[in-house]
Design a protein. Structure first.
Length: 183
């Protein structure tokens, strides 16, 4: 079983609704991939990376537990994106939905037997389809801040997330609301 942090982002509406509704629908779709209740951060607004001629993004991070291997999980996430009307037009461009595997840990669900380090091995992989951990996490406050909401002890490659500059950066990001994702 793997513990997986998934980044969610949207800055375009679709026939189902606005970015909030698209992210809510995505959270419900992620629940179907998880073996336990999906945990989700607050909803953040952030300026776009790359081209600035697009709307601001809404972002969140979800935590799921899954038995899917990394590439199968990526395929499942891309199907969710496609159902939301995702079209890849330009790098860092506008999108109805973006789902990224941020961090993936191997190990059993936390137990009292191994409470100090229940997820002892972080998956590290880089190929033509997938990079885990996701490239650029440490520089993106719209990823780091919601990650820390879900697990304040996270580290990547020995770097404690609370110590990276994106953990304290307040420019270009703000909490929009604490969402009751169960609705």
């Amino acid at each position: 079983m793997a513990r997986v942090f998934i980044g969610l982002g949207s800055n375009l509406a679709n026939e189902s609704g606005d970015s909030r509704q698209i992210l809510r629908d995505a959270v419900h779709a992620l629940q179907a991939l998880s073996t336990s209740k999906t945990q989700v951060s607050s909803l953040y607004a952030s300026s776009p990376m790359g081209p600035q001629d697009q709307p601001d993004y809404l972002n969140a991070v979800a935590l799921i537990h899954t038995t899917l291997p990394p590439h199968d999980l990526l395929d499942a996430l891309q199907k969710i994106e496609q159902r939301a009307g995702r079209v890849r037009v330009r790098r860092w461009g506008e999108r109805t939905l973006d789902l990224d595997i941020l961090i993936m840990d191997e190990g059993d669900l936390p137990s009292s037997d191994n409470a100090e380090n229940p997820f002892p091995k972080q998956i590290i992989m880089h190929d033509e389809r997938l990079s885990i951990p996701h490239i650029g996490i440490l520089e993106r406050s719209f990823v780091v801040q919601p990650l820390l909401e879900l697990d304040a002890s996270l580290s990547i490659g020995g770097i404690i997330l609370t110590k990276c500059s994106a953990a304290t950066a307040q420019t270009g990001i703000r909490i929009v609301e604490n969402v009751d994702w169960a609705d």
